[in-house]
Design a protein around this ligand. Sequence first.
Ligand code: IMP
Ligand code: MG
Length: 181
Amino acid sequence: MQIPDSIQIHDLRFVPLISEDEIQDRVRVLGQELTDRYRGKNPLFISILSGAFVFASDLIRAFDSHCEVGFVKLASYTGTRSSGDVQTVMGLDKDLRGRHLVVVEDIVDTGRTLHFFLEHLRAQQPASICTITVLRKPEAAQFPVPVDYVGFDIEDKFVVGYGLDYDGLGRNVAGIWQLLK
Ligand code: IMP
Ligand code: MG
């Protein structure tokens, strides 16, 4: 398939950053590492909605042992900037005590979302927690959050695709695209 030089979403233009093939290669490696770590432990993958659902669906299929999946909706973003406030819009309906949790994020930007959510999870006394994200922006970090597995470290520019959106659009775009500026 021919990949265009750029795509338009609302008022902004985006250029290719990471191809779908590169992502899939990385997801296979991460899935294997998680399989080695959690085989036979029935981990609970917790996907943070909405952005992480695409990654989570690939990751659990790269995980070669039994596991469960849950979803939680947190919101902190409007447009291209963090609103600075994290809300739980939809919670988990599972008992987390004694469970091995794998928290699945699309991107760790300031770290606010993950910081807030990990506190919430620790209070429920799981057996263990690990975190995995497709993307991380190290320059944007404001909160000290432990990220155990990172797909790709990227520069501090707004991106879309592979689950990530710009005001609702772009989640279905294959690969990761960076704001042209
Ligand atoms: P944080 O709480 O600042 O780490 O932001 C995390 C959330 O903000 C992610 O789960 C995304 O939903 C959203 N986000 C951060 N950076 C981007 C981006 O470049 N594109 C799209 N969404 C982003
Ligand atoms: Mg998100």
